[in-house]
Design a protein around this ligand. Structure first.
Ligand code: FAD
Length: 476
């Protein structure tokens, strides 16, 4: 659909039904206001929509979905709109309605004894972390977008982030869900049980389904003990091989106290120091690679001694060129700013083509070597900036290039990277999901039996195809 041409009209009955169901704040039809819902966080992908609906209760979500099912209107659920694969952005046809969960943001129940919270889908992740801290507990899901992303989106993408090594993905933190199904029925699976073997674990099919099977309206979330002492280390190293060996040493010395183990390229670190305001190099000199390690426990003292022992073992192994332990919260924050600001800093050098792949940890060095070799040899004008959660086998290869060359180079680079990852039995999406951006790659590379099972599930739960059509799977 060409920009500025009129959008296809929505059925009158749907529009009238939504206006009756929702209050004035719940129906947004002003194109200027709609615009912020139809572009992604990095402003690289734009869709179109005639309408944004902002329900304030589960009953209102159910009412909208029932109306959409009757009228055959496609709905695109959206929470914080920080997703990186355009799953929460309507397609350019202008016929898909955005259903924002932002107003459904109450914390329904706080249970210190049962170590859980019950929250609505529109709760901002940071608010949930604070609520957990308020009862001396910890909600370990942590990512760069935590001030904006909302738990419904985190659940729908099965978000990963900085603490996966110790606490797992979002999936590991969800005890129960409330979901509005594609026919408008409400499934109340908000049980906070640790054990429930009464057949299929249905919540799992909605976690990571990117709004294609139903709309998450609330969740029961697992809490863990609050870490009271944290140690953060920064090491300069020679290679990804050294990083993998160091991971083994730290795991041996500190077990599951290691919550983050992040790899950065020397170039990425130097670029962050150059462009991010107030950022300083944690260690002196130039190093080919760096690792950022965080270790935490729920006692108040004694961790420093254990970390020193692990660091000594690492130094003796001759894998470390230089290293430091953060001595203050400011130093720790500086280290994390470098890690989390990798995309923001390297954006100063050109347009970023992003990726989010995963292989087994032992295959990380070979993947880094192969991708660097063909980027340098065959992709003139492209700068490669790899970084990521090496402790989870998850790397982001950012390819930086002039904007004018994106259309030509992006499919070649990503196609090649995804082939490389698939050959290593890895995955083209570690944590961001498939959305609309990787759908065709999924179709090309996913095991055909798995793909068919996914299509069968979609057709069974959403036979009218109204739930985020075009995300993950091609719209039938
Ligand atoms: P949205 O962008 O609104 O939606 C994402 C998907 O979920 C869409 O397909 C949408 O249709 C669907 N959806 C949203 N809400 C619902 C709902 N209630 N029910 C059903 N479907 C729904 N991701 C990581 O995993 N790890 C990281 O470390 C990480 N770091 C990031 C750093 C930055 C700076 C940014 C911008 C993003 C980062 N992300 C990361 C990606 C993003 O933050 C996550 O994917 C996050 O989980 C998306 O949440 P959201 O609320 O913004 O969802």
């Amino acid at each position: 659909m060409a920009k500025n041409s009129p959008l296809p009209p929505l059925p009158d009955a749907f529009l009238a039904g939504c206006r009756t169901l929702l209050d004035a704040k719940g129906v947004v039809d002003d194109p200027d206001e709609i615009a912020s819902y139809t572009v992604d966080f990095w402003r690289q992908w734009r869709g179109q929509s005639p309408l944004v609906l902002r329900p304030a209760s589960t009953a209102e979500v159910a009412g909208i979905v029932a109306l959409a099912a009757t009228s055959g209107v496609a709905l695109v659920p959206q929470s914080g709109n920080t997703g990186l694969v355009a799953g929460g952005i309507p397609d350019p046809s202008g016929s898909q309605v955005v259903l924002s969960l932002a107003r459904l943001n109450a914390i329904r129940h706080v249970d210190p004894a049962g170590d859980h919270l019950i929250v609505e889908a529109g709760c901002v992740l940071e608010t949930i972390q604070e609520a957990a801290r308020g009862i001396e507990r910890y909600f370990p899901l942590s990512l760069g977008a935590q001030g904006s992303c909302r738990i419904g989106g985190n659940i729908a993408t099965n978000a990963g982030g900085l603490n996966v090594l110790r606490y797992g993905m979002t999936r590991n933190l969800v005890l129960g869900l409330e979901v509005v199904l594609p026919d408008g029925r409400i499934w109340n699976g908000l049980r906070a049980l640790r054990k429930d073997n009464t057949g299929f674990d249905l919540k799992q099919i909605f976690i990571g389904s990117e709004g294609t099977l139903g709309i998450v309206t609330a969740a029961a979330l697992r809490l863990v003990p609050l870490p009271r002492e944290t140690q953060t280390l920064w090491l300069g190293i020679d290679s990804p091989e050294s990083a993998v060996e160091l991971l083994t040493i730290f795991a041996r010395e500190l077990g599951d106290l290691v919550s983050s183990f992040e790899l950065l390229s020397g170039f990425g670190v130097e670029t962050a120091v150059r462009f991010l305001e107030g950022v300083r190099a944690p260690i002196e000199g130039s190093h080919p690679w760096h690792v950022l390690i965080e270790v935490a426990w729920n006692f108040t003292e004694g961790l420093g001694q254990r970390v020193e022992t692990a660091l000594t073992a690492a130094m003796e192994s001759e894998l470390v060129r230089d290293g430091t332990i953060a001595q203050s919260e400011a130093q720790r924050a500086n280290m994390w700013r470098i890690r989390e600001g990798q995309s923001e800093a390297t954006r100063e050098l050109g347009f970023i083509v992003r990726s989010d792949v995963t292989v087994q940890i032992n295959d990380i060095p070979v993947l880094c070597k192969r991708v660097r070799a063909w980027t340098e040899a065959e992709m003139e004008g492209v700068i490669l900036v790899p970084f990521g959660h090496v402790g989870d086998g998850n790397l982001h290869f950012n390819f930086i290039m002039p904007e004018a060359r994106v259309a030509e180079l992006k499919p070649i680079l990503l196609g090649r990277l995804y082939d490389e990852v698939t050959a290593l039995n890895g995955s083209i999406s570690a944590e961001h999901g498939i959305g609309r951006l990787k759908r065709d790659d999924l179709e090309r590379l996913k095991d055909p039996v798995e793909l068919q099972l996914m299509k069968t599930l979609k057709a069974t739960l959403d036979p009218k195809g109204i739930m985020n059509p075009g995300a993950i799977l091609r719209a039938e």
